[in-house]
Design a protein around this ligand. Sequence first.
Ligand SMILES: Cc1cc2nc3c(=O)[nH]c(=O)nc-3n(C[C@H](O)[C@H](O)[C@H](O)COP(=O)(O)OP(=O)(O)OC[C@H]3O[C@@H](n4cnc5c(N)ncnc54)[C@H](O)[C@@H]3O)c2cc1C
Length: 386
Amino acid sequence: MSKRSVLVLGGGIGGIVVSSLLKGKLKGGVDVRLVERKKTFDFPPSYPWLMLGLRRPDQVQKRLDLLRKKKKVDVLNDEVVSIDPEGKSVRVKQAGKLPFDYLVISLGAEYSPSTIPGFPEYAHHVYDLESAIKFRDAVEKFPGGTISIGVSRLPFKCPAAPYEVALLLDDYYKKRGIRGKVKFEFFTPEGIPVPAVGPDIGNRVLELLGSRGISYHPKLKLKEVKSNEVSFETGETMPYDLLFCVPPHVAPKPVTEAGLTDETGWVPVDSRTLETKHKGIFAVGDVASVKTPNGYTPYLSKAGVFAHGQAEVVANNLASEISGKGRSKEWDGDGACFLEAGRGQSAYVKGSFLAEPKPEIKFHIPSRFWHAQKVAFEKYWMHHWF
Ligand SMILES: Cc1cc2nc3c(=O)[nH]c(=O)nc-3n(C[C@H](O)[C@H](O)[C@H](O)COP(=O)(O)OP(=O)(O)OC[C@H]3O[C@@H](n4cnc5c(N)ncnc54)[C@H](O)[C@@H]3O)c2cc1C
């Protein structure tokens, strides 16, 4: 029998983990090819630090071709154009048609800022490296006034990130001695912060915002952005001098065009195996929609820690199927996340999101210990995989 081929689409967190682990387990016994359009891997959890000038861009990036050397993964720098699930092939811009025996889709989420009038012109964010750099420059120059921080649409990745941005900016302007000149407003379509972790933890985050003088405006869906004002579908408006807003997220085009998405707009998968409706085709990370039947929200949040855990399970199960050795595993839905709170502190949330009868989630109040753990998490990502 010819050697089995596994094609992994997307060289972000999920793609790196699945391709590296699989190659590590089966070595020469499998062909693993990773397709990524960028030449670098960028580490988004560090963007809020970059926004404050605490990291340079080169400190949160790694050359993706290092994976070839260190993990023996065949990295193809190309753009996925289309996916043919029935014909078991993918078309990429330069190399053409790539057949596969197994496919792992880890293409993440794209942004569609232009679906909200005025968003591309006036709103800042830190959802990609280039935008984070632009926002860093605006933050540095800001002389004082109203900063509006918001969420445009649900779902969005890393549900803690905009709250983290608000708390970090509060601390930043305090250290600069102009906090008294800065007013913070936070708007979101959510009813409470980070709804996926339940109302008790949401209320802890609310208290944290309140204690820093950040006003919270829930259940507001952004309609339009003007040069100094945002408006909502309720008809309400909010003036601003500097605007940060999480852009709308959508599944990448090749995934939607292949008919892999459902009414959620994302790729439905088996919550335990991450297999799509097509046998041998898996989706992990932000691109997937994972049902949480007992959860506080019907679907799992989008976060790197979930992409990572799911990728480990898919790598294990593919290795076991291809080699005929070892046992298959089910994903447990476990994950944890930091919420940087400024003042050298971070909160920490850890949970089992697929637990029965309900998710088991614990909140650790902001401390220097958890901040140090977040720094260690960054170091792990920048050095372990590359
Ligand atoms: C500001 C911020 C802070 C965050 N903080 C945390 C945190 O503290 N903890 C946490 O767990 N998560 C955090 N996240 C979320 C985390 O980064 C994502 O959930 C995670 O990266 C998802 O992994 P993924 O593999 O699904 O997608 P990604 O890591 O986004 O990777 C997808 C890859 O696919 C590539 N791609 C897309 N389309 C194509 C195409 N057509 N052809 C070729 N390549 C393509 C992209 O270039 C990208 O490299 C944060 C995110 C942001 C923005």
